[in-house]
Design a protein. Structure first.
Length: 445
């Protein structure tokens, strides 16, 4: 056996042993690196500080939880009884399965440890010290937070129509019920809505609807939505994208979505364009509905694009050659043609000799007799034999005459100022042509 030395067996401490011990201590001190001492001090201070932070965090009093309060937490564990939640307090929170039915029923969302949740405080502290929480009761509050964020970011949301009343539709989104006024319902939802408080048409209730948030007041439990604003914003994005790839002179397909007294509106697949009444036909147009029908798909010519206002001017007549270009090569001065009186003016009458090709019968060319007003000689709709007396290709004008089809009476003298008279009536002629065609200038609306 090895010998065990006891305290009595220790050698006596004489002067020599004391000296030896002092020398040993001095040698140890000399061999110790000063930086090691510093590291030891820093480690000690750091450990002390870390321990203090932990103590402060652990023992600093938190604001006590209150029933009905909405808090944030993180899932710590999951079992058959429910969820254990880290709520930042000394004790954890617990969500029983009966308080998380909405989470369990959401098949698209799989919960896992570490997920952040929002919970409603049912019981701030039980006998065991933990807090009982509820996801179901907090669902509405979470919805308000989602909607608030969407409103701040100007984002569109989706909801489901629950019911209708005289003023509009009740919509649920993220567990929050809001209201869409009738003026803000557009598209299929508006078509299925019935005015006068009558029940809506089948398919209205349960319809999924896109909207933007106009007003949100959590304290008053008030949420106002707009389908119109959401769709307009979406169309603006689509329109800008379409305009980036569109250029004047393109021929694209569109659908007639509206007709007014000044033209027709065309849906180009994300953007609307206007066919002005003057661009529906080379001939005169009295009623746009004679040329287009709502719901009809047709090719249209891109006439003009205003990229600042995002407006597109379209044309139907530019898809076919201009009648003047086709007919002018076959026209000669002195040629006899058949024309229909289309409009009367103080200075003469307009006659159409071909679709899209009109000429002016000056008041002095109606008769060899003095004519005070063209209505005394001709009426709109009259079909007459005419003679071409002037051709102006650059200005696309024809001068026509009735009287020159017959010989002048004996002693008749042509007015010497006839040519001057035409110049004097130049302004009136332009106004009459504009009025006859409801303006040849292309308008971008």
């Amino acid at each position: 056996m090895s010998e065990v030395q006891t305290e009595n067996d220790q050698p006596e401490s004489g002067p020599d042993s004391k000296t030896t011990s002092q020398d040993s201590l001095e040698n140890m001190a000399a061999s110790t690196d000063p930086s090691e001492n510093n590291n030891e001090k820093e480690t000690s201070i750091s450990t002390e500080k870390f321990s203090m932070d932990e103590l402060i965090e652990e023992f600093l009093p938190h604001k006590p939880l209150k029933r009905g309060e909405i808090i944030d937490g993180k899932i710590m564990s999951i079992n058959d009884n429910g969820l254990l939640i880290d709520i930042g307090y000394k004790s954890e929170g617990f969500i029983p399965t009966r308080e998380m039915k909405t989470l369990v029923s959401d098949e698209d969302k799989e919960i896992k440890i570490g997920d952040e949740i929002i919970a409603f405080v049912v019981n701030p502290e039980t006998n065991s010290g933990s807090s009982v929480l509820s996801i179901d009761r907090a669902r509405g509050e979470q919805g308000w937070r989602v909607l608030e964020k969407a409103m701040q970011n100007d984002e569109s949301c989706y909801g489901v129509i629950l019911s209708a009343n005289r003023g509009g539709a009740v919509v649920e989104s993220e567990g929050v019920q809001g209201f869409i006024p009738l003026s803000q319902l557009v598209g299929p939802s508006r078509e299925l809505f019935v005015n006068g408080g009558e029940p809506p048409k089948e398919g209205f209730v349960g319809m999924k609807i896109q909207f933007k948030i106009i007003e949100l007041n959590r304290r008053r439990n008030r949420a106002i939505f707009s389908e119109r604003v959401a769709l307009e914003a979406e169309r603006q994005v689509l329109k800008k994208k379409l305009l980036d790839n569109l250029k004047e002179g393109d021929v694209i397909k569109g659908r007639i979505v509206g007709v007014s007294n000044f033209g027709a509106f065309v849906d180009l697949g994300g953007a609307d364009g206007l066919i002005h009444i003057s661009e529906l036909s080379w001939g005169p147009v009295k009623n746009p509905e004679d040329f287009v029908t709502v719901g009809t798909d047709m090719d249209v010519y891109v006439l003009k694009i205003d990229r600042e206002t995002l407006k597109i001017a379209l044309s139907l007549r530019r898809l076919t050659p201009e009648p003047w270009e086709q007919i002018q090569s076959g026209l000669e001065i002195g040629q006899k043609v058949t024309g229909t009186i289309t409009k009367l003016a103080n200075f003469g009458a307009f006659a159409r000799i071909e679709p899209g090709v009109e000429g002016l019968i000056h008041i002095s060319e109606l008769s060899y007799d003095v004519v005070k007003h063209p209505k005394n000689v001709v009426s709109e709709g009259d079909k007459l034999e005419l003679q071409i007396i002037r051709i102006e290709p650059d200005r696309k004008r024809l001068g026509l005459s009735i009287k020159r089809l017959s010989d002048p009476p004996e002693g008749y003298e042509e007015p010497k100022n006839d040519e001057i008279s035409d110049d004097e009536n130049e302004h009136d002629l332009e106004e009459a042509k504009i009025d006859a065609h409801d303006s040849d200038d292309t308008k971008v609306d």
